[in-house]
Design a protein around this ligand. Structure first.
Ligand code: 3H9
Length: 689
């Protein structure tokens, strides 16, 4: 696990625990032992700590959290490292995250390669750094800058880390040689610079700034237990001696590991990574080369998808039928890039490069050379079938033909071609250049190499691809439809739009369903219900009155003078009461908990059906989709994980009750849910082969 090499009077210890050198029990023991040996070796004056692979150290081994710990603990190893009488210099060649940075900070010097990424992302896992990070980082860069880094969890570049003072220098070329030189310099100087001994950055001004940042962070997310704990741990470092403060940090860390929020976030971390593995699709499935792409349609979706390719360095042709639409689409894309350059999120050179990778063209024939063609045209089966039957004659042999449909039957689209094996769905989410999720829709005849190529491509585009099967609305929209239906029903039964939205935002979503509907435009759902069937009596009545939401100043709420936040409208509330009376629905009041159950349990039930039908391979895939495509609060772990925490018996019993109260049989628990509830089981761990 730890390789030892001796170069003159310097020992080089190389961590080798692929894929990310996570500091699991075996690696900790091996490092501890190797350190003890080289410290005891009279011939060694200095030590370099390096790592194999692209990542220096990705942190503590997250999969060990919440399980019995095997010694030595990471804090103990780091204390012995810190106390070494011989200098240890970290050679940080890639990401040093969490425990990885804590390890580097316990060393006596740090040298980084330009590609290194440095950070303490623990906050994103619902915890805080637990191996001295909350104590050493403030001593290195000040409590204010350290808190700011730890509370977002975002890593910084090597260059920024050097500017802040986290690493001593950034070197091009032989990193280990540079670390060796630095280690010998320190040995020659006769004093070991230990971060724990520093106090020069703990100035009164920095303390004051830290307190202001902490107050702000706690105010922004008062329920985030770990943000409170982070503030307390950093404050302890300002008020207590180093060892006492480290013990305070450790106690906070241990408590947070047991916190359901952290359990959910860790579950989501692994679910996201597991989603990359498709059962029955071997790792070594061949891939088709993707060097060029074509996108059919220059609308918001088409333009956003084209940007994903351009951002990833893949030249892309955007195809329209008419010059005006093409020009408008390309202008919109240019405008978005100009905005990013102005905000500083990309450089002007990057803006020009990316714009330069997008070419506009008229006529489907222009898709003939592309390795992948993504259709992002109107959501209409007739339109899609026409495009695909033409593409069948135009696209080069072996090209992947993808539809960006959000609902439609990809098997039926594939069936109009003579190459259904090359066809699949790639359901991007809006705005496509921003949202990470892509539902990769595997049709009945999609070839394994086409699926494997699409999944790889998703990663190249910096997306999170999750494989799903064909059904109306796939995983995400199919479950969303259940929530929308339940929301309409709740309105009729007496809950008001603002009450439902408040319950949903209190649950953790950024927006409630009605505010969201008003933002997206009520005409969208109205039209799609007209096309695909389904009734939403309240939303349909509003749309029929031309109340399309924010864009018309009126929807479920009022938006006077272009306001972005809606206010209650007595007319809407009267309309709801009228519609309820027409439908003979008795009205009553609902508590926030009842509202959440009424909205979310039917989604969970649909998730169970999705699993039964094999549309999703595992509950974690559904959760990954909802967290990344629909803003489900990650700290609740996604609908299926959340249902496990509620208890499936409770969920199933409530659904049966809803079915009898509303007369809607589709609310009856799905067979899978009924079975698990009866067995005292959970969704966790279920898998479709
Ligand atoms: C911590 O450090 C606590 C301490 O403060 C205190 C302790 C006392 N553990 O993401 P990838 C696996 S908390 C276990 O696809 P990439 C991952 O599951 C930790 N496993 O690679 C996957 O496995 P599989 C703070 C881990 O190249 C494989 O490695 N650190 C860990 O796209 C490849 O992962 C973090 O939060 C881990 N720490 O990205 C950083 N990390 O192949 C978490 C990865 O079986 N990690 N795995 O599916 C990351 O952000 C990314 O993995 C990283 C590499 C950027 C490192």
């Amino acid at each position: 696990m730890v390789r030892q090499e001796v170069d003159g009077d310097v020992a080089v210890l190389t961590l080798a625990n692929p894929p990310v050198n996570a500091l699991g029990a075996a690696l900790r023991a091996s490092l501890d032992e190797a350190l003890a040996q080289v410290i005891a070796d009279q011939a060694i004056r200095a030590i370099v700590l390096a790592a194999e692979g692209k990542v220096f150290v990705g942190g503590a081994d997250i999969s060990e959290f919440g399980k019995p710990q095997h010694p030595p603990s990471l804090p103990d190893v780091l204390e012995r490292l810190d106390a070494s009488p011989k200098p240890v210099v970290a050679a940080i060649g890639g990401a040093a995250l969490g425990g990885g940075l804590e390890l580097a900070m316990a060393c006596h010097g740090r040298i980084a390669a330009p590609s290194a990424k440095i950070g303490l992302p623990e906050i994103k896992l619902g915890i805080i750094p637990g191996a001295g990070g909350t104590q050493r980082l403030p001593r290195l860069i000040g409590p204010d800058a350290a808190f700011a880094m730890m509370v977002t969890g975002e890593p910084v570049s090597a260059e920024k880390a050097a500017a802040l003072g986290i690493v001593d220098s950034v070197v091009l070329g032989d990193l280990v040689a540079a670390a060796r030189t630095r280690a010998l310099e320190i040995a020659d100087s006769g004093t070991l610079p230990r971060v724990r001994d520093r106090s020069d950055k703990l100035t009164p001004e920095a303390r004051e700034k830290f307190e202001a940042l902490a107050a702000d962070a706690v105010k922004r997310d008062p329920d985030a237990t770990n943000v409170h704990a982070l503030a307390r741990a950093v404050r302890a470092g300002l008020e207590q001696d180093f060892d006492t403060a480290v013990a305070t940090e450790r106690a906070e860390f241990r408590a947070l590991v047991e916190d359901p929020r952290s359990q959910a976030l860790r579950y989501a971390f692994f679910a996201e990574r597991e989603a990359a593995r498709v059962p029955g699709l071997p790792k070594d499935t061949p891939r088709r080369p993707i060097r060029t792409a074509a996108v059919i349609g220059a609308g918001t979706m088409g333009g956003g998808i084209a940007m994903c390719f351009a951002n990833a360095g893949i030249p892309v042709t955007v195809i329209e039928t008419e010059g005006g639409a093409l020009a408008r689409g390309l202008d919109r894309v240019k405008g978005l890039y100009a905005g990013s350059a102005k905000r500083g999120s990309i450089t002007e050179a990057q803006r020009d490069e990316r714009v330069g990778r997008i070419t506009g063209a008229l006529g489907l024939e222009q898709a003939g050379e592309a390795d992948i063609v993504i259709e992002a045209a109107f959501e209409d089966m007739g339109v899609k079938r026409e495009i695909f039957s033409k593409l069948d004659t135009i696209a080069k042999p072996g090209a992947i033909l993808a539809s960006n449909t959000s609902y439609l039957d990809v098997n039926a689209i594939a069936a109009v071609t003579n190459r259904p094996q090359d066809v699949l769905g790639l359901h991007f989410f809006s705005p496509a250049n921003v949202m990470r999720l892509v539902e990769v829709v595997r049709a009945e005849k999609t070839a394994p190499d086409v699926l494997a190529t699409a999944l790889d491509l998703g990663k190249r585009l910096n997306k999170l691809p999750v494989t799903v099967g064909v059904c109306f609305g796939f995983v995400g929209n199919r479950m969303l439809e259940r929530r929308s239906r339940a929301g309409e029903r709740l309105l009729l039964e007496g809950a008001l739009p603002h009450e439902i939205d408040a319950a949903v935002t209190a649950f953790g979503f950024r927006m409630g369903p009605f505010a969201m509907g008003d933002l997206a435009g009520l005409d969208i759902g109205w039209r799609s219900r007209k096309d695909f069937g389904g009734r939403a009596p309240v939303a349909d009545s509003l749309a029929e009155q031309g109340r399309f939401g924010q864009k018309t100043g009126r929807g479920f709420y009022l938006y006077p003078d272009g306001a972005r936040t809606g206010t209650r409208d007595p007319e809407v509330e009267a309309l709801i009461a009228r519609v309820a009376a027409e439908h003979g629905v008795a009205r009553r009041s609902f508590t926030p908990d009842e509202i959440v159950a009424r909205l979310m349990y039917p989604m969970v039930n649909e998730g169970a059906r999705i699993l039964e039908e094999g549309i999703a391979a595992r509950p974690g895939d559904i959760d990954t989709i909802w967290i990344n495509g629909y803003n489900w609060p990650a700290w609740r772990g996604g609908p299926m994980h959340w249902a496990d925490t509620v208890g499936l018996k409770t969920v199933a019993e409530a659904l049966s009750r809803f079915a009898s109260e509303t007369g809607d049989d589709s609310q009856e628990p799905a067979p899978l849910l009924t079975r698990l509830a009866a067995e005292g089981g959970r969704f966790a761990g279920l898998k479709n082969a």
